[in-house]
Design a protein around this ligand. Structure first.
Ligand code: FMN
Length: 329
């Protein structure tokens, strides 16, 4: 027996008014309007990085397009460190257009939390450890995205079986588990560990709606967990990629001079955003010309992804697998 149509109630679904505790996680250069619409309409909550749409006019148009096709909650990811010059403008546009949730990453989310709360929008913040989680809770965050080892993108260092209970013991706000969720049994496990939702990235890269090269989707399907490497080589911060001949041809670490400038207190603040920016350009180049320099950002859950599916079907399967796992415990 499956309970497919039953909602899965958690503190997060209650907070956001959604049916299933599944966030379609924001992914640089991957998340698009159709993915957000389909995930939210299927009962999850679709999100995208504001910086996926450039210039700003395209970003405002994207939110309007999504809002036209879905009356369900949606979210925008804003990078809140100094390298992002668009952050206050992006925040204002989102608030003016009724965005319900903000996912902040890489900096201090204070302004986003204050502004979002003025109109009742919610804010969840990427964290990888307890210290940062407590800081954002003190700032008034509505939840934390606990980014664990093996996650797609800038993965944290800690195993989710440890990270979630560690945060749960100390925090009073919902925890959203990020990293490794490509099957509904992982949703059940995350909830059992104390999370109130999951943040799913890699699984949605191999979706019908993702407008990325087929080579990228196929690399996800072909990869096993053994193929995923964690390297600072691209953005300067350790991130996960599918290993391939191109990545093997690069040095394992940043060039010595760049590392030195990155660690020097006087140059750090200029070099860190610059290396990030250059990394993003490398990823952009891979997306536009996949044969020359394939750099495919993806987490260990690639090893569980075997086919390209529409976003709605991905959500439906996660829910079916969740109930199957729950009924079999
Ligand atoms: C290709 C890719 C791009 C990502 N870009 C962002 C981003 O721009 N902002 C962000 O907060 N997280 C980003 N992430 C992390 C995801 O939002 C999410 O936390 C992560 O993918 C969850 O782990 P999973 O991939 O194992 O499901 C990215 C992940 C991937 C795979």
């Amino acid at each position: 027996m499956t309970n497919q149509n039953e909602p899965i109630h958690t503190a997060f679904t209650q907070l956001m008014g959604i049916k299933y505790p599944i966030i379609g996680a924001p992914m640089f250069l991957v998340s698009n309007e159709d993915m957000v619409i389909e995930v939210s309409n299927a009962g999850g909550l679709g999100t995208f990085p504001a910086l996926n749409f450039r210039p700003t006019d395209r970003y405002a148009d994207a939110i309007k397009k999504i809002k036209k096709s879905s009356d369900k909650p949606i979210g925008v990811n804003i990078i809140v460190n100094k390298s992002n010059r668009r952050q206050s403008q992006d925040l204002k546009i989102a608030l003016d257009n009724g965005v319900d949730l903000f996912v902040t990453s890489l900096g201090n989310p204070k302004t986003v939390i204050e502004e979002a709360h003025k109109i009742g929008a919610k804010v969840i913040c990427d964290v990888t450890n307890l210290e940062h989680a407590k800081k954002v809770e003190d700032l008034g965050a509505d939840g934390v995205v606990a980014v664990s080892a093996g996650a797609g993108g800038h993965a944290g260092p800690t195993n989710p079986f440890v990270l979630i209970p560690w945060l749960k013991k100390e925090l009073h706000i919902p925890i959203i588990a990020a990293g490794g969720v490509a099957h509904g049994s992982a949703l059940l496990a995350a909830l059992a560990l104390g999370a109130s939702a999951v943040h799913v990235g890699t699984r949605f890269i191999a979706s019908t709606e993702a407008s990325i090269p087929i080579e990228y989707k196929n690399a996800i399907i072909d990869a096993t967990p053994d193929d995923i490497i964690l390297t600072p080589r691209i953005t300067g911060t350790p991130a996960t990629y599918i290993n391939n001949e191109y990545l093997k041809s690069l040095s394992k670490d940043l060039p010595f001079a760049v590392k030195w400038l990155k660690e020097n207190p006087r140059t750090k603040k200029y070099i860190v955003p610059l290396v990030h920016y250059m990394g993003y350009k490398i990823f952009e180049k891979a997306i536009s010309s996949p044969h020359k320099a394939p750099v495919w950002s993806a987490g260990q859950s690639s090893g569980l992804v075997n086919e390209i599916l529409p976003c709605k079907e991905i959500i439906d399967r996660l829910v079916t697998e969740f109930w199957e796992a729950k009924n079999n415990v």
